[in-house]
Design a protein around this ligand. Structure first.
Ligand SMILES: NC(=O)c1ccc[n+]([C@@H]2O[C@H](COP(=O)([O-])OP(=O)(O)OC[C@H]3O[C@@H](n4cnc5c(N)ncnc54)[C@H](O)[C@@H]3O)[C@@H](O)[C@H]2O)c1
Length: 330
């Protein structure tokens, strides 16, 4: 058994943004070709703890070297008040020959980077009339920091970022961290969510809102909204947008804004296409210049497996991690 902790994972993934993007794009394409097995994520919730959950995302990725395993990821939003991160996770990779678990990896870094890489890949696959030079980030947490990292890797003309968070202190700290990490980036803190929505035609939502609190009314026509937190937008805003998802069966669940929209109209015809189909097309698609496009990825377990497998291979080449002989019986 190989154990890879957060420091090992960061060590192999830092600076490997293009490799992570490639692994995530390939996982999306394989999913579009039907070469994945992806049972629905299982949500474990607790009595009297409505905000907390642990989600299990099992999957199989039928690449030339197949990968199987599961991500087991907790979300405890109250952790922030304790000085801890909201999300924590482990990924188990299994042998597809024997079924045996082969590696356990710290999963929150992998999860955040696969999420961000997927968002950046979708943004790059939906080409605007004029190249994106700025992005608004609503929700100043772990995910949007990673989104910025991968957008900068995928969209070379990006030079400014506007951030907003309900918690002004978190927005200010996030802005300072961005300026420190990317000194040439112009960083602005917006006073309201609508101000952030209007600031740039590329927006990423990564909040912890549990129910819709935002419309797209303040967005410029042609805006691309990466809706990673899935429950921010009103069903009306979803229904008026061009909608791109990772998998309609997965995303129309668990009270996401798309699930609420489906319940409101009784069908899913408002979903236009999938990220996998966009990434499989020979030419990039054009963003609708008159409407808002909303990309809502539920978060496919095969993305975690693809990045975990990349991490394992790179870590093995560098001799990183801890081997635990005798973990399995016999
Ligand atoms: N779709 C996916 O694949 C995927 C994957 C990972 C995480 N996520 C989601 O991304 C979201 C963000 O994750 P994170 O790890 O960055 O969380 P985090 O707790 O680190 O940060 C979330 C931030 O959002 C802010 N916030 C909460 N409500 C807000 C609101 N209404 N308006 C503005 N800001 C608000 C909080 O103050 C906090 O700073 C979560 O909802 C998580 O479930 C989605």
């Amino acid at each position: 058994m190989l154990i890879l902790g957060a420091d090992d994972v960061r060590r192999v993934l830092d600076g490997a943004e293009q490799e992570v993007l490639a692994a995530v794009r390939q996982a999306y394409r394989l999913h579009a070709q039907g070469r994945t097995v992806l049972p629905h994520s299982v949500f474990l919730r607790f009595p009297d703890q409505p905000r907390d959950r642990i989600i299990g995302l099992p999957g199989y990725l039928g690449d030339d070297t197949p990968v199987a395993g599961i991500k087991w990821i907790s979300s405890f939003p109250g952790n922030l008040e304790k000085g801890l991160e909201r999300a924590s996770a482990a990924v188990i990779l299994n042998s597809t020959d024997t079924g045996m678990p082969e590696a356990v990896l710290e999963g929150s870094v992998i999860s955040a980077r696969r999420t961000a890489a997927g968002a950046a890949a979708a943004a790059a696959a939906l080409v605007p009339a004029t190249a994106d030079t700025g992005v608004s980030l609503i929700g100043c947490g772990v995910i949007n920091f990673e989104v910025l990292r991968f957008l900068l890797a995928a969209l070379p003309e990006l030079s400014s970022v506007t951030v907003f968070d309900l918690d002004g202190a978190r927005a200010a700290a996030f802005a300072a961290r961005c300026a420190d990490r990317w000194p040439t980036l112009k960083v602005t803190v917006a006073g309201t969510a609508d101000e952030a929505l209007a600031a740039h035609p590329l927006v990423c939502l990564a909040t912890t809102a549990a129910a819709p609190h935002l419309t797209t009314d303040a967005c410029r026509p042609g805006t691309l909204l990466l809706h990673l937190s899935l429950r921010d937008l009103t069903p009306e805003s979803v229904l008026s947008a061009v909608n791109v998802v990772d998998d309609p069966d997965h995303v129309c669940r668990e009270a996401t804004s798309l699930h609420l929209a489906e319940q409101a109209v009784g069908h899913r015809e408002f979903i236009t296409t999938t990220i996998g189909d966009l990434l499989s097309a020979e030419a990039p698609a054009r963003r609708d210049e008159d409407r808002v496009t909303v990309v809502s990825p539920f978060g496919l377990g095969v993305l975690d497996l693809a990045v975990a497998d990349l991490t394992r291979r790179r870590a093995q080449a560098l001799g990183l991690g801890t081997r635990v002989p005798g973990f399995l019986p016999g």
